[in-house]
Design a protein around this ligand. Structure first.
Ligand code: IPD
Ligand code: CA
Ligand code: CA
Length: 262
């Protein structure tokens, strides 16, 4: 079965085009690691190139939609629809030649995410979701895991960012969760893929502070459409405003909220 609506097709096409550049540039990174200048500026250029291709393609197909994208910020067009874009999510991995990063695009309608795509170009894994039509990985339906006890679960997180004034809280949460799970907590370095992995049942729960909307927009619909819960740390639907996010397989949601509250 395949997820194939007009908007999803536009997103897939944009992603595939931008991914060609991303894959080519990733191949260059190894050489740059050993050069004196290092890959920093090159990665910034890559980010901008990928973003430009995405925005050009998306606006070519939907000229009236607005845009919120990490590098260029906002393009305000007068429509209820908005593309939310992170051209490279997992930049630090990309910069270090670690093959775990993604292009993430969410489509918002009247403040609600209705479509999402998260594409890992190196593993050629494309996660897509649409409101009411389910979540998919490379055209196969995906669902969240069925593990119901936190202790048996694979939990993931990211951060804390070095400039965050919530670092101590994040570290406390990390310690608290560590004492509850048998498998050590994973930090994979791409919030969008973290959410895609919960949606696909590879991981069971994800929590993080200080995320931006473009890090999680596509992940929100992937989690919802795969049967998971996505909320703030109190279990309420305010994850966008306060920038904390809890995404789970639904079964361990209450247990995770309790740990976050402790
Ligand atoms: C980052 C990644 C990372 C998360 C950071 C984000 P970027 O996005 O999603 O996993 O821990 O908070 O900023 O900078 O690679 O687009
Ligand atoms: Ca990001
Ligand atoms: Ca980014």
């Amino acid at each position: 079965m395949k997820l194939s609506s007009a908007n999803i097709n536009v997103m897939v096409k944009a992603c595939r085009k931008a991914a060609k550049i991303l894959i080519r540039d990733f191949g260059e990174i190894e050489n740059l690691q050993v050069s004196l200048k290092g890959p920093g500026d090159f990665v910034t250029m890559s980010d901008k190139k990928v973003e430009k291709i995405l925005i050009d393609e998306l606006l070519k197909a939907r000229p009236n939609y607005s845009v919120l994208s990490e590098e260029i910020g906002k393009i305000d067009n007068d429509e209820a629809y908005k593309w939310i874009i992170d051209p490279i999510d997992g930049t630090a991995n990309f910069l270090h030649g670690i093959p775990h990063f993604a292009i993430s695009i969410g489509l918002e309608k009247d403040g609600e995410i209705i479509c999402g795509i998260i594409y890992d170009p190196i593993k050629d894994e494309m996660f897509t979701a649409e409101k009411g039509n389910g979540s998919y990985l490379n055209n196969q339906r995906i669902r969240v895991s069925s593990r119901s006890q936190l202790k048996d679960c694979m939990i993931i997180t990211g951060g804390p960012k070095n400039n965050s004034n919530e670092s101590e809280l994040s570290l406390k949460e990390y310690i608290n969760f560590s004492s509850k799970v048998l498998i050590p907590i994973r930090k994979l370095g791409s919030a969008s893929l973290d959410m895609a992995y919960v949606a696909a049942g590879r991981c069971d729960g994800f929590w993080q502070r200080n995320l931006n909307y473009w890090d999680i927009a596509a992940g929100i619909i992937l989690i919802k459409e795969s049967g998971g819960f996505v909320t703030d740390f109190n279990g309420k639907k305010e994850y966008i405003q306060n920038k904390t996010i809890l995404a789970t397989n639904a079964k361990i949601n209450n247990e995770m909220i309790k740990v976050l509250d402790s």
